[in-house]
Write a protein that binds this ligand. Sequence first.
Ligand code: GCO
Ligand code: MN
Ligand code: MN
Length: 378
Amino acid sequence: MSMEAARKPQPSDRFTFGLWTVGNRGRDPFGDAVRPPLASTTVVERLSELGAYGVSLHDNDLVPIDATAGERDRIVREFQKALQDWNLRVPMVTVNLFYDPVFKDGALTSSVRSVRQYAVEKTKRAMDLGAELGAEIFVLWGGREGSEMDGARDARQGLAYYRESLNTLCEYVKTQRYAMRIALEPKPNEPRSDIYLPSVGSMLAFIQTLDDPEMVGVNPEVAHAKMAGLNPVHEVAQALDAGKLFHIDLNDQRIGRFDQDLRFGSDDLKGAFYLVKLLEDSHYLGPLHFDAHAYRTEDAEGVWDFAAGCMRTYLILKDKVRQFYEDTEIQSALAEWRAWCEQERPIHSREDREFWGQAGYRYERLDQLINELILGVR
Ligand code: GCO
Ligand code: MN
Ligand code: MN
């Protein structure tokens, strides 16, 4: 395969985008929409043309919250037809538990029993939709599950409600015999001041307290880790280590900024390289899902530049990973380092300690080689 052909996305690359990502209209807290709405069927067509594998959605990205049963069925049928015509899958479905004002103080963790019950029912309907579309992953992102002040609901109570809601939902998936696993998506803040369970580690610990921990894993997002000042590669590594990487949200983010959802690799190419390396090295086989959107400066066409760019950057970095393993200088630097680490030299005396203490690991040299590989001069 030529280099250029290797950079052309294929369905076998498992790239997916949310309807809400390419459909993002550029609204932000300070300004209105800058792009016209995009029909779901158009998204399917364009993503397929670009070589994507699938599309994901929130219940209300496809079906308006107040649609009648008849409207819902018609919309789903039209969408299914487009999926079939354009040979696109829906590997993941999620539920919108954040947009409607009813969720302003939480959904699955709301102190209002009626709101919690409504959130659970809404999620069950989204699961039905997911099953109908063949989704095997159900993502839950608790955007509103948190607080601005902790003087009313005790955070422990919030977690207890979360657990109870999740147990009910897992039970539902089982009684319906849906082939669906749940992936919890951590985020530290935005839209709430503080969101419960802000990191992969918090989610993993919480999952173990559920009735059926096997069914539940995580959906880490690059931007969310960076917003928390964490290393996204380490977050994903911990999920893999626990056997819990059910899904991933790829995007980018500048540290210390508002929630940006930038094009994959647009801020931190080297971080993106290490993430691609981790995913490829681990043989992760789930969807490579882009949860990002085009800059607000873009018009309708710029959205497709954005989408193509996410996939192309991933494939270029995947090729850089191959080069990393084939580069003799990088590999011999690594071999020297490994041999150094594996020396039999137990520490019994001050001399032994000094031997290891004074050693140089030569990471400067290796890191520069990796920089040059990424910069394309190797
Ligand atoms: C965000 C989140 C969402 C979720 C989506 C799926 O920061 O807004 O990343 O985009 O991924 O709601 O549940
Ligand atoms: Mn996000
Ligand atoms: Mn996300």
